[in-house]
Design a protein around this ligand. Structure first.
Ligand code: 5AD
Ligand code: SF4
Length: 515
């Protein structure tokens, strides 16, 4: 057991010190709460998924938020960002107003991420901090939702260490937000409502979208892959695909509302449609329909190499609004490590898939996710990851040191890789990642690229910023009226992570330009 695991297990078991008062949390759960269980979350039942369109704000909740404000802080992935949009939509239907000033909010929600220990630690730090605000404003309600709420160890820790939290709810019942809020207003106790088992798919939840240029659209929920390191299949439940007609309708409406780019979301989008019993319809079919919609760009995330099929590649090769950028997490370049991770593909399979994609989509950009320092990863195995990175020529990668997650099979593995070796490997990998990313950007100097202008640069108000189809950040000077438009920009300089360019013109035919 390494230091990180040791600390993690201490948190889980929460051994009592002598001075601590006895508290039987299980009894507490039984009476007042619905508590999470990772063991139950692991189960994959055969029951049919039901689709509902019956979300409505009940009479008893109407106007509950009038004169009150809310603030949601989001951690983690785009799925969480999108859940925040849904919760903001529900808050607004209840009459609440959004605020940017956390101290002044009547309700503060932390929408949390459980993927690595440091993501969780940030949330615990913030909870400590929120106590100060709550002391100043005792009426403030504090809530924890998202993936961390699905873990019993986290709920126990909140009960024990952060009693100023008023409500905890999970990823499967955000539509119950009005009920949970009402309960929290009425109850003196912490309200905990976490479902271990995923519920049905609810189609008509309100959304308060963040911005009017790019939009997220869920295509499926959950993950059945159970990679041995990953907590997601436990926190997000079994795979459930949204019906194609619902997705197509949503994208059409977004296009009509003037959105320019759609990001389709799912934990493992290549499994889309596997759960349909009445139709044979997969991600390739969906993309083939979506490509006919009059919107300039459509992307998806995140892919699993095992389920990435030929039909999808064929459809993506048609281009148009389907961008030539694929995020394809590989995790490791070593067959032994991939096996222990239960990724269910080999290095050779992955390289074969990359060859197919490159042959079908000339100039495609590939990016990836990599974990280093998996339990017992050897130097040779790590070097296979480096060599795979070079062989594929990824343009960018999110890189992580393995973080044990309580309840996953990998957390039980004995690990003989010291922490400093893991850090050093991450460092070496990042040097390669940077080398490739710099080169990819430098290759664009002098080229003309298509940019979707999203706003002004974070650093300078007079500089506009946007992304290319391949998701490269471009900064350039031009009038603010161009925000929200597709423009052509000549790249004059590549820096480490972005491009600097000169504005040329607005793109006239938005659907054709494929740069
Ligand atoms: N430790 C480190 N990285 C992880 N990821 C998922 N689980 C873990 C973990 N336990 C990484 C994977 C995944 C990305 C979203 O997060 O690389 O693709
Ligand atoms: Fe986690 Fe992705 Fe593996 Fe699913 S496919 S278990 S979300 S890493």
């Amino acid at each position: 057991m390494n230091e990180e695991q040791r600390l993690a297990s201490q948190q889980v078991n929460q051994p009592k010190t002598k001075n601590e008062p006895e508290k039987d949390y299980s009894k507490y759960f039984e009476k007042v709460f619905t508590a999470p269980s990772l063991k139950d979350a692991k189960k994959r039942g055969k029951e049919e998924i039901k689709y509902h369109k019956d979300f409505d704000i009940a009479e008893e909740f109407a106007g509950m938020g009038v004169g009150r404000t809310f603030y949601i802080r989001t951690y983690g992935c785009q799925m969480n960002e999108h859940d925040t949009e849904v919760m903001a939509g529900i808050f607004m239907q209840l009459g609440y107003t959004a605020t940017d000033i956390i101290e002044e909010a009547d309700i503060v929600l932390l929408n949390t991420c459980a993927i690595r220990e440091n993501a969780e630690n940030k949330v615990f730090g913030e909870l400590g901090f929120l106590l100060k605000y709550k002391r100043k404003n005792p009426e403030m309600l504090i809530g924890v939702c998202g993936c961390m709420s699905q873990e019993e160890s986290v709920v126990n820790k909140i009960l024990k260490t952060y009693p100023h939290v008023d409500m905890v709810f999970g990823t499967h019942n955000i539509h119950r937000l009005p009920n949970i809020l009402k309960e929290a207003y009425m109850s003196k106790e912490m309200v905990i409502e976490v479902w271990s088992k995923e519920g049905d798919v609810i189609e008509n939840l309100p959304k308060s979208r963040n911005g009017s240029i790019k939009a997220w659209v869920n295509i499926m929920y959950g993950c059945d892959k159970f990679c041995t390191y990953c907590i997601v299949p436990y926190t997000r439940g079994k795979e459930r695909s949204r019906r194609p007609e619902e997705i197509i309708q949503e994208v059409r409406e977004l296009a009509a509302a003037g959105y320019k780019e759609i990001m389709l979301l799912g934990q493992n989008v290549n499994a889309y449609g596997k759960d349909f019993e009445d139709i044979n319809y997969r991600l390739g079919d969906l993309m083939d329909e979506l490509r006919k919609i009059d919107i300039p760009r459509i992307r998806f995330t995140t892919s699993h190499p095992r389920d990435f099929d030929d039909q999808l590649i064929e459809v993506l090769a048609k281009g148009g609004n389907l961008v030539e950028h694929i995020h394809l997490p590989v995790q490791s370049g070593s067959n032994e490590v991939l096996k222990i991770m239960a990724r269910k593909y080999t290095r050779e399979h992955f390289l074969g898939l990359v060859d197919k994609i490159k042959a079908a989509i000339p100039g495609v950009t590939l990016t990836t996710d990599i974990i280093v320092g998996y339990p017992n990863e050897t130097e040779e195995q790590f070097e296979e990851t480096l060599s795979l990175y070079r062989e594929v020529g990824f343009e960018m990668a999110f890189t992580y040191i393995y973080s044990p997650r309580e309840g996953t099979p990998a957390a039980k593995m004995v690990d003989n890789v010291p922490e400093d070796v893991k850090k050093e490997r991450l460092h070496r990998l990042n040097a390669v990642v940077q080398e490739y990313s710099r080169k990819a950007l430098a290759d664009l100097e002098g080229e003309i690229v298509e940019v979707l202008v999203e706003g002004t640069s974070k650093r300078r108000e007079d500089v506009l910023a946007g992304y290319t189809r391949k998701n490269r950040l471009v900064n350039f000077s031009a009038p603010k009226e161009l925000i929200g438009q597709l423009v052509k920009v000549k790249v004059v300089e590549a820096t480490s992570y972005s491009l600097r360019g000169e504005f040329i013109e607005v793109v006239k035919n938005e659907k054709v330009d494929a740069k």
